[in-house]
Design a protein around this ligand. Sequence first.
Ligand code: GFB
Length: 306
Amino acid sequence: MDKSSRIYIAGHMGLVGSAIHQALTNKGYKNLICKTHDELDLCNAEATARFFQTEKPDYVFIAAAKVGGIQANLKYPADFLYQNLMIASHLIHQSYLHNIQKLLFLGSSCIYPKHSPQPISEHDLLTGPLEYTNEPYAIAKIAGIKLCQTYNRQHGCHFISAMPCNLYGINDNFNTETGHVIPALMKRMLDARISNQPYVEIWGTGNPLREFLHADDLANACVLIMEKTCKKDIINIGSGEEISIRDLALLIKKITKYKGELIFNESQPDGTPRKILNSSVIRQMGWNPKISLEKGLLQIYKTVFN
Ligand code: GFB
């Protein structure tokens, strides 16, 4: 990519897309193409085709997706499967038709089998059954990876898939019901502190382990992948550090200065017990995360809630 390349960031308003936009801007990329959902519905094949015809991007980042936490995935499985399949299909096919020089497709660590050996390497894809709670989302993302791989094989494209661990950041969804665990717990504990509630509910047993990465760290990895030559077509991106949901809840309690009790509601799902990624490929390319979990949580607390 050079600084005047036409770079389309699909999903530039979201958690990941906005961080990629910032990372590219910081590095001096001047020709960024962005469309809001109202301007371009990526589930609409014709609208997506017209957009490529008019804008003629050179590079594409696919950070647009229907995303949500464990309960949103359970409640809206058809939306997660359909919308993510459409977004991936339309963008990858149009990128092929318009000879895009390089494309990066964003997935998630939930594409790997529920009981993968840990840490999970890129080779573990499709070696076992998926976790039930996010199977529709995972299947759409696996289809996106396979589209990238098959267009590379059949048409000589240069499409790469990045698989991040659990993410968090400023432009997250802070809805306590549909959001991921970090924004949901931060908002719930702040609300509870303000209204003097004696306890806050945490879903599940608190035992699952998760690997969290700040969206800004992920964005730097994504830009690096697009700038460097790399032979792999799937690349894991994780912080390398795991924390239990119980310890995460305690950390958020400390940061939000909530003084009440934490009650674990075991009738809520735990999801995957553990999913730490083997991120040796991206590390060998020279990337390292810079934002520790505690520092990242403090930054969000101060930026979003103060
Ligand atoms: O963040 P989360 O929804 O992502 O949940 P997943 C992580 C863990 O936190 C689960 C627990 O064990 C939840 O049971 N948890 C505790 C909570 N309290 C809460 C809460 O208030 N809200 C939420 N959301 N969780 C997602 C997938 O699964 O992982 C997505 O559903 C995506 O599709 C993402 O792939 C990376 O790691 O369980």
